[in-house]
Design a protein. Structure first.
Length: 190
């Protein structure tokens, strides 16, 4: 019989690595399921998409709220990175239009997560609101955003875009794309 030998801690590290891989796969599976079907999708569907058992999902995320929070935290981090890149952009119009187009793409693509995200993360929403105001003001000062346009005008355009996500998927993407270009044309001084 072959004797199995492991260095102290080797099996623990392996399990931790496997657990991290499972967690990442579960979050990715949940993101895909929530995006397609909303956050009410059954846990067994999340497990199927992740390639793990239902018990593994519950071991990592004891409640649905824990799983939704993990997926949303990931999305919030992506939004923060996008906003930071837009603020760092040298061309104020490029920075602002990246945010508007990114928001629109997210509305068209992550239909199941949008409503939940808009209900949570108040501190991040406030920070994003201030950052959007800075982008609009910077655009006005550079002469690329029309003089009379306010951050409230841009927010109204974004809310109009968000309102279209309720359309059937085959129509939503096109309608969101068209309204996005209308919003950008309306605020542009170019």
């Amino acid at each position: 019989m072959t004797e199995l030998r492991a260095e102290p801690g080797e099996l623990t590290r392996k399990r931790r690595s496997d657990a991290l891989d499972n967690r990442e796969r579960i979050v990715a599976g949940a993101r895909a399921a929530f995006t397609a079907d909303g956050t009410g999708v059954p846990t067994r569907e999340v497990a199927r998409r992740a390639g793990v058992g239902v018990a593994t999902v519950y071991r990592h995320f004891p409640s649905r709220a824990d799983l939704v929070d993990a997926v949303l935290a990931e999305r919030v981090a992506e939004c923060e990175a996008t906003m930071a890149a837009a603020l760092a952009e040298v061309d104020p119009w490029v920075g602002l239009s990246v945010i508007v187009r990114g928001f629109a793409a997210w509305q068209a693509g992550d239909r199941g997560l949008n409503a939940v995200l808009l209900q949570g993360f108040p501190a991040q929403r406030d920070a994003h609101s201030r950052q959007l105001a800075a982008l609009v003001e910077r655009g006005r000062q550079a002469g690329v955003v029309r003089a009379g346009v306010t951050v409230e005008d841009v927010r109204a355009g974004l809310m109009g875009i968000a309102g279209l996500r309720g359309l059937p998927p085959e129509r939503a993407g096109r309608a969101i794309g068209r309204l996005t270009e209308v919003v950008l044309a309306g605020i542009s001084a170019r």
